[in-house]
Design a protein around this ligand. Structure first.
Ligand code: NCD
Ligand code: ZN
Ligand code: ZN
Length: 428
């Protein structure tokens, strides 16, 4: 069967290291079927899915429930296991059960999972480090932002910008720096999710210079939107961490250009229309849909000359594959070929229409944006999941759990004689 791709670009499928598919628990927001259909339509061939579902993915029982829901997937997926204070005893069973990586919520966000104190994070890192798995962090300091929000609410602030004011950059910088220190001491490899401020680049650069195995992602909304979004989009724009002022956007592009930021992920965080649109900012759910719009939005930046296409591929495919153990190939351990491919047309103009997205949570701040550059065919392990811009509905259920394919050696901890185990063994 011949596919005419004359004049098009054939790229490796995008790997989105940060999506929330809500299933089980919040299936009115998204399901594995709708979330992965949205991915397929967006040129995304593998997603890594977050544990703030209900139940949270902190035990093997919860993981198995999620794997059952995920049988409807169109595209391949990895599952993040939860790393929390109450489930440290379950981390190794989660590895055995088939998670691809771990996620730790240092600050409060959707799902209200408690933020582990540093002591629990350190112990969790020690356990996970032994196996070489990466821990992704929602790096925001829970205490700083809770106190800010209380004060803002007491002062009667409930406008959209109050959300930005509650989470100034120090909220993220403190958590990034702390996570990097704990990783350095334990040898854990870590990933900083949704970098939103220029200020986070300094602790990232310092940690990389010290040899910490730390990767970082930013998202299209931090690169493409600024504080004007609060006027235009009101509560729809509420997201953790917040979209910030233009100066941060410029610094993030620098971080992209110099490699401090390794990858672009979407933080696909669907909610219902009603949950996103509220007069009182504090009652609007945080986050919005994203997995289907990343490629057209970011290819538009490629077309506009802001980023070479090779760098786009590095940030959306190569870097996540390396960070999460799918490099150089995953197909060897899964049925089918290694052909995770997206064919894109850089001349094609499309308009982002929230009503046309496959995701159930179709509120997007990019509604109405014209994009230049669009995915037209998506293949997962050699099979079409999107063809000529249409979802291949017969490919429902084609997606498989990638787990973590490559075994990566653990980095050396800075200080082996102060691990929890070494301390316990030291004196009679
Ligand atoms: C995410 C969600 O809704 O699950 N929301 C968000 O604002 N980003 C959670 C998260 O990634 O923090
Ligand atoms: Zn988060
Ligand atoms: Zn998220």
């Amino acid at each position: 069967e011949v596919l005419d791709a004359a004049g098009k670009y054939l790229l490796p499928g995008a790997i989105d290291a940060h999506v929330h598919f809500r299933d089980p628990g919040y299936t009115h927001k998204e399901t594995w079927e709708t979330g992965t259909a949205s991915a397929a339509m967006g040129g995304v061939t593998t997603v890594f899915e977050m544990p703030n579902t209900n139940p949270p993915t902190g035990t093997v029982e919860a993981l198995n429930l999620k794997l059952k829901s995920a049988e409807a997937a169109y595209v391949d997926f990895g599952i993040y296991g939860l790393l929390g204070e109450d489930n440290l005893d379950h981390l190794e069973a989660l590895i055995e059960g088939g998670v691809a990586a771990f996620k730790c919520f240092m600050g409060n966000t959707f799902g209200n999972l408690p933020s582990p104190p540093s002591g629990a994070i350190l112990e969790g890192f020690e356990i996970v480090a032994k196996h070489g798995y990466r821990v992704a962090l929602h790096a925001e300091n829970a205490s700083i932002m809770a106190r800010r929000q209380t004060k803002l609410q007491a002062a009667g602030r409930c406008d959209p910008l109050a959300h930005l004011d509650a989470r100034p950059p120090v909220v993220a910088v403190e958590a990034v720096a702390r996570a990097a220190i704990l990783a350095e001491w334990t040898g854990a490899r870590i990933h900083i999710l949704h970098v939103s401020s220029g200020d986070e680049l300094r602790p990232l650069r310092e940690a990389k210079a010290r040899g910490v195995d730390i990767t970082a992602e930013t998202c299209p909304h931090y690169l493409l939107l600024d504080e004007h979004a609060y006027t235009d989009k009101k509560s729809l724009i509420r997201v953790n961490p917040p979209v910030r002022e233009k100066v941060h956007q410029d610094q993030l592009w620098q971080g992209v250009a110099d490699g401090t930021i390794d990858m672009i992920a979407t933080d696909h965080a669907p909610h219902s229309h009603d949950e996103k649109h509220r007069e009182d900012i504090w009652s609007a759910d945080c986050g919005f849909t994203g997995v289907q719009t990343q490629m057209p939005l970011m290819l538009s930046q490629v077309v506009a000359g802001r980023m070479p296409i090779t760098q786009y591929v590095r940030m959306t495919s190569l870097a996540p594959a390396k960070a999460f153990g799918l490099y150089p190939r995953k197909g060897a351990l899964l049925p089918g070929s290694d052909a995770d491919i997206v064919i894109v047309d850089l001349d094609r103009e499309t308009v982002v229409e929230s009503g046309e997205l496959q995701s159930k949570g179709n509120s997007t701040p990019f509604h109405g944006w014209t994009a230049k550059g669009a995915p037209i065919h998506t293949l997962v392990r050699g099979r079409f999941v999107m063809r000529d811009g249409e979802l291949c509905t017969e490919a429902k259920g084609h997606g498989l759990n990638v787990r973590r394919v490559q075994q990566m050696p653990t980095p050396t901890p800075r200080n082996t004689h102060t691990t929890t185990a070494a301390i316990l063994a030291r004196r009679p």
